[in-house]
Design a protein around this ligand. Structure first.
Ligand SMILES: Cc1cc2nc3c(=O)[nH]c(=O)nc-3n(C[C@@H](O)[C@@H](O)[C@H](O)COP(=O)(O)OP(=O)(O)OC[C@H]3O[C@@H](n4cnc5c(N)ncnc54)[C@H](O)[C@@H]3O)c2cc1C
Length: 491
């Protein structure tokens, strides 16, 4: 699926945008953001403190929401709270998690709790708090298309205003010198299971929609969870905890040879540092491509705590009933195909790779914890496509400052957040790098670094040779028009 299909039956965009939502051609924004997930929210929060910088960010949703279908009670984020929107670039920011706690009058309870990994629902609430107060955020705005206006040297950005009922209300246009895409990811369903997931009235859903269906899933006879990442583990644990004792009726299938823990050692975590990101970006493309799949355990495994909690709950149930719980956990299994065998029953065709065996499994509901993929922006960027430089696998080339490498005819920059795993590595979707990447982007737009960043961030030395220019924004070539303008407004 690609984003930004302009709705039909609505008048064509006019240069006069609706009040409060757009800027006219004579006074373009310095930076327009597409999407307000944590990454662009972080950028908006840091940009807010840069004097003279005119920004606006747009999101198609009516309000900020962070993976609402997986805000399972007790589930925590996998980075410490210090990895909030701003702290690792600007600990004094009014948009930090600690500022949020202060505003909620919860600083002392938090201090006493000594909790480093906060609940996912609390992270969501914190981001929403920022989103409700930060100026320049426009929810209910879907960005449909982006073009470069050669005559005026600005990006032309078409949007649709979406009403609270989800219907398109009006079309508009805004202009910006630079653009940042923070459109995030979307749920991924493997090919063999797609027809099932898309068919109405069949109880097959992606884990992203879990909470919406939870009540029904707690009482459905047999439930199967497919996928052994963190989402699969959290869904399985929640079902296990809340389904009837001794009649759990649960099956957990994983393609990986084992239910594997996420790499969480201190030196392992240094691969989520700016130093490692810089090193990775400096590697030759074929080396990067070989390396990434081998690093899956850094982000695709299950948190130790979740594995412990699952085992603990299984043990508790075994002890209470004096038998084995009605939960089957099988790794090493691929779901080849699936089909309906009755109005409310499904049959999965399974293959065990190591044994070379096949079997059929009947279930009444399937939850696909099969991951996410970068959201496609082909439609959104169709007009820019001829100007985008690509690597040998046709992926956009992205420079150290997270900008698409464009034909020099395009004077503005298109920054990307969370679409550069192929060029910047495993840290790309990590919330721990949010503030740093936002700062790198802002520093590349301002005469003096808006947020001075450390030149070293890890104890590990990655590589024998320094890996190219340091992506801190310091000492990097500036965008000339921007530098002059911002330098003047900064006094
Ligand atoms: C369930 C889950 C849990 C995670 N937990 C962690 C964790 O604990 N720690 C960690 O480090 N990482 C975690 N991650 C990874 C992290 O990258 C994401 O959580 C994070 O949400 C990514 O932020 P984002 O800003 O890229 O995108 P999103 O949060 O996906 O936001 C993108 C936004 O863009 C909007 N949008 C898209 N297209 C358009 C358009 N054309 N016009 C207007 N708006 C548009 C969407 O509506 C959406 O609101 C998790 C990921 C998932 C899926």
């Amino acid at each position: 699926m690609s984003t930004a299909q302009p709705p039909t039956g609505i008048p064509a965009p006019t240069p006069g945008p609706p009040p409060g939502a757009a800027s006219p051609l004579e006074t373009p924004l310095d930076l327009a953001g597409v999407g307000i997930g944590p990454f662009n929210l972080s950028l908006a929060a840091l940009a807010h403190r840069v004097p003279g910088l005119r920004t606006a960010f747009y999101d198609q949703r009516p309000a900020f929401q962070w993976h609402p279908g997986l805000l399972i009670e007790g589930a925590t984020i996998q980075v410490p709270f210090l990895a909030d929107l701003v702290t690792l670039a600007d600990p004094a920011s009014p948009w930090s998690f600690l500022s949020y706690l202060k505003a909620q009058e919860r600083l002392f309870p938090f201090y006493i709790a000594e909790r480093f990994h906060i609940e996912r629902a609390e992270y969501d609430a914190y981001c929403r708090w920022v989103s409700e107060q930060l100026p320049g955020l426009h929810f209910g705005h879907q960005i449909d298309a982006v073009r470069w206006d050669h005559a005026h040297g600005v990006f032309e950005i078409d949007f649709t205003r979406i009403g609270t009922d989800g219907e398109a209300e009006a079309l508009g246009r805004t202009h910006a010198r630079h653009l940042v895409l923070g459109v995030g990811t979307e749920p991924y369903v493997p090919e063999p299971l797609r027809p099932l997931a898309e068919a109405p009235n069949v109880p097959v859903l992606h884990a992203a929609d879990y909470l919406e269906h939870r009540e029904r899933l707690l009482t459905t006879g047999q439930v199967t969870v497919v996928g052994s990442g963190q989402s699969g583990a959290e869904v399985f644990l929640d079902l296990l905890r809340h389904r009837p004792l001794g009649a759990e009726g649960l099956q957990w299938l994983a393609r990986t040879p084992a239910f594997t823990p996420m790499e969480y050692s201190k030196l392992g975590l240094e691969q989520f540092s700016p130093d490692y990101t810089r090193y990775f970006h400096g590697l030759p493309e074929p080396v990067r491509d070989q390396l990434l799949p081998r690093q899956w355990q850094l982000y695709k495994g299950i948190a130790h705590e979740t594995i412990d909690a699952i085992h603990q709950e299984l043990y508790r149930r075994a002890q209470l009933t004096g038998g084995w719980p009605g939960a089957v956990l099988t790794p090493g299994v691929t779901v080849r195909t699936a089909g309906r065998i009755a109005a409310a029953r499904l049959e999965l065709h399974l293959e065990h790779t190591q044994q070379g065996t096949r079997s059929r499994h009947t279930t009444e509901a399937v939850i696909l914890a099969t991951g996410y993929r970068e959201r496609r922006v082909d439609t959104l960027l169709a007009a820019l496509d001829p100007y985008i430089r690509r690597d040998s696998s046709e992926r956009p080339r992205i420079d150290a400052q997270h900008r698409l490498v464009l034909d020099p005819m395009i004077k503005g920059s298109v920054y990307v957040q969370n679409a550069e795993r192929h060029s910047h590595g495993v840290g790309t979707p990590d919330l721990g790098l949010a503030a740093w990447r936002s700062a790198v982007i802002l520093n590349s737009m301002t005469a003096e670094p808006a947020y001075p960043l450390p030149s070293r961030t890890a104890f590990t030395t990655f590589g024998l040779q320094p890996s190219g220019p340091c992506a801190t924004g310091v000492g990097l070539p500036q965008l000339p028009d921007q530098r002059d303008r911002l330098a003047r407004t900064r006094t």
